[in-house]
Design a binder for this molecule. Sequence first.
Ligand code: HEM
Ligand SMILES: N#Cc1ccc(COc2ccc(/C=C/c3ccc(C(F)(F)[C@](O)(Cn4cnnn4)c4ccc(F)cc4F)nc3)cc2)cc1
Length: 471
Amino acid sequence: RSKSEPPIVFHWFPFIGNAISYGTDPCNFFMKCREKHGDIFTFILFGRKMTAYLGLDGNEFILNSRLQDANAEEIYSPLTTPVFGRDIIYDCPNSKLMEQKKFVKFGLTQSALESYVQLIENEVLDYLKSAPAFKGHFGTVDISSAMAEVTIFTASRSLQGAEVRKKMTAEFANLYHDLDNGFRPINFLMPWAPLPRNRRRDAAHLKMQSVYMDLIQERRKRGREVDEEPDMIRNLMSCAYKNGQPLPDKEIANMMITMLMAGQHSSSSSSAWIMLRLASRPDIVEELYQERVRTIGEDPLQYSNLSKLTLMQGVAKETLRVHSSIHSIMRKVKNPMPVANSDYVITPDKVLLSSPIVTHLSEEYFPNAGVWDPKRWSQRVETETSEDMVDYGYGVISKGTRSPYLPFGAGRHRCIGEKFAYAQLATIISTMVRHFKFSTIDGKEWVPPTDYTSLFSRPAQPAVIRWERRF
Ligand code: HEM
Ligand SMILES: N#Cc1ccc(COc2ccc(/C=C/c3ccc(C(F)(F)[C@](O)(Cn4cnnn4)c4ccc(F)cc4F)nc3)cc2)cc1
């Protein structure tokens, strides 16, 4: 092999290559390859040459690569376009995606987030009153399914708006389920497969799209109401591209479907992991409860005082460090990319793979990295200097690649849902802890293994914990 090629990971079978060991436990696979080959190596995934570049240098090389060298839409579009819809996100030029990210990010204003926190808290309280799993004084609950329900109710009531929340019973729930069934890793490789689930996915997308478009027409007719809530649909209805073209209703509908899917998977997985970690540490649950009583007493939560709940912030940050739901960020190489301080050149026959979770779990950046310790964040100060800042068209962001902690990615494709996600997670968890104590079924300090088979890593099912009402 030429010295400009990164080492190739041993594999028994051609085509399938390392799919099984990668697919069952990507983190473990990356750590083992890193020990043997260092930070850059190529493995085979269903005939594709996946070149992983790990560590701080790898995160910088991939996440801050030039647009013309590393392409996201070529890899992601076959998976996302049938689910999200046409002409948005990865089914349009990157410059258009940057404008769409600007619309969403600038829609998440302080006052919008303030109103979302109150709507989310009320939704959680209603859920705890009505959910069968939380009847009585104590009991057990499959926390993964409970958090999936809480997440979709709270996100639809706040970000999506009251009309969408009302539909989150029979109609939308089934459509969401069919659409979600089409959002699977297999569709990375064979999106065109005429599987019945792909036909149901396409039908569900069309139905959801028309429901949103009718809702938008309805709002246009009604005009702006006086005390209208600042939901994202209302925000997008007032957005226009740089070329003067207003955001078409179909693109608004599809962006709302996109945010429903993005938010649902990431937040339900993260909130389930937070609850499972808390159940394994009842002592931290009590400290969270005391922190809430100490800082805001009996008052309802407000976005402006979430930052006072420092232990709550640490619990969320630490969970996103250990349980990042996106373990593989991928780009198609378009031009030969020389790697600084090495002979390597990454050629266009490769797919670049970045995995920030590997730096999240590296001892050199996080002592006792495998230990879930929310208090480690009170000692850490993230330093960011001015030269680290950049604007790709949706606001100034940090380049972020000095940091070993990148749960929301970095660079051009960085997440714009972070503020909403943190507000949603902190509000849901704080409200749950306000009313209940939690513990594991057997009282031992453990969490379930990770299920990597779906698109977003999540707790292996079933994930049952014990709850007990506080008063
Ligand atoms: C805990 C919650 C979340 C986590 C951990 C998360 C994580 C990520 C990561 C790692 C990326 C980078 C992907 C890449 O570079 O290929 C990303 C991008 C993105 N996320 Fe999130 N996300 C979360 C919530 C959300 C929410 C709630 C929304 C929408 C409301 C959202 C919308 C997006 C968008 C639009 C992008 C940009 C993709 C691109 O530019 O290619 N995310 N997110
Ligand atoms: N044998 C076997 C075998 C082999 C392999 C496997 C498993 O292999 C893999 C490989 C890669 C991956 C990658 C995950 C991945 C990437 C992109 C996206 C996304 F694009 F969809 C997202 O970033 C998601 N997102 C962002 N923020 N919130 N959500 C997004 C962007 C913008 C947007 F507007 C909406 C979005 F929601 N989603 C998920 C997962 C599993 C199993 C078994």
